[in-house]
Design a binder for this molecule. Structure first.
Ligand code: NAP
Length: 232
């Protein structure tokens, strides 16, 4: 497959390396310097690309998606921190008959963890005496906080137990690729459920699997549509 990668940071580079190992062709890697406001994403530059994978920054992602969708390129994005603009981008995808797959977290394990956390929250619903909280930790260079995954976790937990609040504590320090935990703390005990990413490779593998899956589909998808299909 011919893949255009938008964003040459830690994730863009990890995805490019893995894609080449899997026998894909890197059509282009488009970095921030040449692409202010998405200006490098021209029809000419994108010609021949079969899919785009976008991992940039919250302030850059929407312009990139607008350009890629307008050019008719199925696009996978893992950039976080732009959820409030999803409706706008989704409307564009529908209007153009395009394809977009977005995920704040591309690891398979995290999606199983989100489901397990929802089940746990159902068990605690209606049981006072426990305070719940979410703890998420990421490397010092991560720009947004809370993480997209922590926000998603909070939504899932609240949907299972609307009467309880689930505050998020974010830590930005060191080099950890990403840790998420939900805890229920009572007077005599604490219950925790967590997910710890060991490297960026897991996210890169998930994003690449999405890039292989998306062409041929139309509409807006999440990684759960790909992983769990109708069960999602
Ligand atoms: N979904 C997931 O599984 C997952 C996993 C890890 C990270 N993420 C998210 O993915 C995003 C990128 O993460 P990262 O770790 O790769 O960050 P990073 O190392 O900081 O890389 C971001 C890159 O985006 C580039 N960029 C900025 N504006 C751009 C534009 N208009 N066009 C092209 N490139 C542009 C930057 O280039 P310049 O420095 O030249 O501006 C930089 O190289 C973040 O939002 C992060 O939270 C998601």
């Amino acid at each position: 497959m011919r893949i255009v990668i938008v964003g040459s940071g830690k994730m863009g580079q990890a995805i490019a390396a893995l894609a080449e190992r899997r026998g894909h062709v890197i059509h282009a890697i488009i970095g921030g310097e040449e692409n202010d406001g998405g200006r490098a994403l021209t029809a000419e530059r994108l010609k021949g690309a079969e899919v785009a994978v976008e991992f940039t920054r919250p302030e850059a992602v929407v312009a990139n998606l607008e350009r890629l969708i307008a050019a008719g390129i199925p696009t996978v994005t893992g950039t976080t921190g732009w959820r409030d603009q999803l409706a706008h981008v989704g409307a564009l995808v529908e209007r153009r008959g395009g394809a977009l797959l977005h995920a704040a977290n591309f690891s398979l394990g995290v999606h199983l963890f989100l489901r397990a956390a929802h089940d746990l929250a159902r068990r605690f619903a209606g049981r006072p005496g426990f305070d719940a909280f979410i703890l998420e930790e990421h490397h010092a260079a991560k720009l947004d906080a809370p993480s997209g995954t922590a926000r998603e976790l909070q939504i899932r937990l609240a949907s299972a137990d609307p009467a309880r609040s689930f505050p998020i504590i974010s830590v930005r320090a060191g080099a950890t690729p990403g840790t998420h935990q939900v805890a229920y703390d009572g007077p005599y005990e604490r219950i925790t459920l967590g997910h710890e990413a060991r490297s960026r490779e897991g996210f890169a593998a998930g994003a690449l699997a999405a890039a292989e899956w998306l062409p041929g589909h139309t509409g807006v998808y999440t990684v759960e549509d790909m992983l769990f299909g109708e069960e999602a």
